[in-house]
Design a protein around this ligand. Structure first.
Ligand SMILES: [Zn+2]
Ligand SMILES: [Zn+2]
Ligand SMILES: [Zn+2]
Length: 146
């Protein structure tokens, strides 16, 4: 891991009142270095040997509660995790962007610039969170099939 990145992860942990542990830094590093959300099986595969499953699960849960990462269920029902924007805080996520699930590579992308349009809710319904999964073919896969 590069020092400048470690510094960034440490600041993020500190800001959220979390102790610096090697496992937490590692999870942040994996999630930050990918252009798509990271599935739980993928995470287990690449860091599951260094960190046991229970610890990994707790780290993900804590990060989600702190507003550091958000969880996206893909079309197969698999949990995927992505780093949040700076506007997310503990128990107050603002990830109202579209998630794109590619039918070919199965990756889940955060389309941060594509916001979920405001929904007109019937009277009496209060919205706490919104999820919108769009399926299709991602840019990378489309380029390779053309
Ligand atoms: Zn968030
Ligand atoms: Zn794809
Ligand atoms: Zn997202």
């Amino acid at each position: 891991m590069e020092n400048i990145k470690i510094q960034k992860y440490e600041d993020l942990l500190l800001k959220n009142g979390l102790k610096r542990t090697g496992a937490r830094l590692q999870v942040l590093d994996v999630l930050s270095n990918r252009n798509s959300a990271t599935s739980q099986p993928y995470l287990e595969n690449i860091i599951g040997k260094a960190i046991d499953r229970v610890t990994l699960y707790r780290i993900l849960k804590t990060f989600e509660e702190k507003g550091i990462i958000h969880r996206i269920l893909d079309n197969q029902g698999t949990a995927n995790y992505a780093i949040c924007s700076n506007s997310c805080t503990a128990h107050n996520h603002h990830d109202e962007h579209v998630h794109f699930n590619c039918n070919n590579c199965l990756k889940v992308y955060c389309l941060a610039e594509t916001k979920i349009p405001p929904l007109k809710m019937p009277a009496g319904f209060e919205v706490y969170s919104m999820n919108l999964i769009v399926s299709g073919i991602c840019k990378d896969c489309k380029q390779h099939t053309n």
